[in-house]
Design a protein around this ligand. Structure first.
Ligand code: HEC
Length: 108
């Protein structure tokens, strides 16, 4: 009986660790997102504090940063003076990290 319990325990622990490893892999990297924001020139228009200016929207309060889907759409496709970044590999591949960085700056 005792042996059976430890087998079950090992299976549960294994499943837990596998789940943990998976969520760690899926985790976003805010620091990497910040680098993209600075180096791919988002900062030039939207400002170092993400608050924009008269001509550029504030990313902290924009409804388009409320969801990843909205964010992806505007950043990858662009709109008027907002350049499309779909062809920029660094931005396109790092979009989850970039979004995580923007969200991390929003007032809680
Ligand atoms: C050349 C200046 C410029 C650069 C560079 C730029 N943006 Fe923008 N961005 C704009 C302008 C202008 C808009 C408003 C577009 C519109 O709706 O007419 C905008 C809109 C946005 C929006 C939607 C906000 C809203 O409420 O409309 C997001 C999100 C955004 N930009 C993120 C980014 C990110 C992330 C980067 C870097 C990858 C970036 N932008 C680079 C000028 C820029």
């Amino acid at each position: 009986m005792k042996k059976n319990f430890s087998v079950v325990g090992t299976i549960i622990a294994g499943a837990f660790l596998a789940g943990f490893a998976q969520s760690a892999l899926a985790e976003v990297d805010i620091a990497a997102g910040e680098k993209i924001y600075q180096r791919q020139r988002c900062e030039t228009c939207h400002g170092g504090n993400l608050q924009g200016s008269a001509a550029f929207p504030n990313l902290l309060t924009s409804p388009k940063t409320a969801t990843l889907e909205e964010f992806k759409k505007i950043v990858l496709e662009g709109k008027s003076a907002m350049p499309a970044f779909a062809a920029n590999k660094t931005v396109a591949e790092g979009i989850d990290n970039l979004y995580a960085f923007v969200v991390s700056k929003k007032p809680k």
